[in-house]
Design a protein around this ligand. Sequence first.
Ligand code: TNX
Length: 534
Amino acid sequence: MPYSTSGNREEHTANLGLIPQPVEMRTAPGVFTITPQTPLVATGEALAEARMAQDTLAPAMGFRLPLIEGDGPRNGAIVWLLDETLTELGDEGYRLDVTTEGVVIRAPKRAGLFFGLQTMRQLLPPAIFRQARVEGIEWTLPCVSITDYPRFQWRGLMVDPARHFIPKSALLRFIDVMALHKFNTLQLHLTDDQGWRIEIRKYPKLTEIGAWRDETLIGNLLHDTPHKFDGRPHGGYYTQDDIREIVRYAADRHVTVVPEIEMPGHARAAIASYPELGCNPDQRLSVRTIWGVCQDIFNPSDETIAFLQDVLVEVMELFPSTFIHIGGDEAVKDQWKASESVQARIRELGLEDEEELQSWFIRQMDDFLTRHGRRLIGWDEILQGGLAPGATVMSWRGMDGGIAAARKGHDVVMAPTSHTYFDYYQGPPEDEPLAWGGLLPLETVYDFEPIPEELDKEQSRHILGAQGQLWGEYIPDERQLEYMAYPRACALAEVVWSPKEGRDYDGFRQRLERHLERLKVLDVNYRPLDPASR
Ligand code: TNX
């Protein structure tokens, strides 16, 4: 085949602006042009991916490519082949070969064919991302031979509809843009002090009461005092049918939705709905209207454990994800210390202190989820007082929690504030929309290395991957969500997908400039590389 193997890889990929950068790519002269007569060829399970390609390409092309059932390479066609013998590509890898004669996409699993389609979209002119027919354009693909597979299995972003509700339509669009970057995990932070966002049939008050707050803080919690409020009710929730739709939509794009139900802290909306779940059942609490760590915490009674497990039963019905996130962060223990019944509970369970009680609490959930064939994941505070046997740790307060967990043989997702908190500022605060604080420029995200040097090879295997966090306190709408996510998520996509050896910020920046043309067509409200030129 007339492929050039000489020259440096970055040089070739720079020209095409692929993000994340493929593992191996050779380019050759010439193009393949897609016309209304170009057939998509697939058989068996590959048909579903070919249909996804048909649907994805149709709006901008203005024609639906004919789909033919078959399984051999063919001239003039785009062929989708599932080939189980290509095990070296893993569960999500693919090979994409474009010659002047046609296109072949091969993968051992369906996910690989889908990620191959995402690369193919990036190889086409950016106009392919338009949602209506584009006139006077040739749909050409440059001749390339790509072998590609991810470095990590957990390539995640987290969104927070609890602080500001994210309408379903915005979530679906967010999933589309994630998939374009080959992310495969969306964590949904469904419950917090400021709102409960998922319908639970057994406990209707969670959404009747818990999904609504009277008003919302204006300005920054720490800097804009005295506090002012907007005086407008805020809320919303996903019905169980909405959740099914979101989960299915994501699954069709090979994205797993990981639900997060917070406990024992960040529980104010639940306690406002059912006061008996709290430590002061006689007190009437409202859903919280300001940000920051809240004192209200679930009591550790059998009834509360049963309530949370009932919630998890409905959550497991809706989310096929192996991992179920139980939060576990920032659980202030003052109410546990002050409550006579909680102190009696500690003695009854033969525990040392409140830390051990938290650990006991999480273990009830770990046992429960394990019995149901699922796996518990929680923020790194679940290490305090002893880690539950099956638990996976999401390390957010730096990497230390993750290091400790991996050394104990637990799996870890790296999500440190230092490199993955996309709710932090991207540039000088005076030039940026209001945020929490902190500073996380694009380059720092790109420099992130999820595997700490402290771990040996065996321990490193426990690092499943990494995740970017879009905490929602200062993300009131979809435009701001995109502004905070992009282009930092482009950098993270490359950290979690591409080989470490190819990391090169300048090369990334050059490819990113091309890539932003795509995001522009998609109307993603990314932060410009040079905000001065806005
Ligand atoms: C800490 S990170 C939190 C969130 C906030 C975030 C703001 C974590 C596990 N808990 O509740 O939204 O800081 O950056």
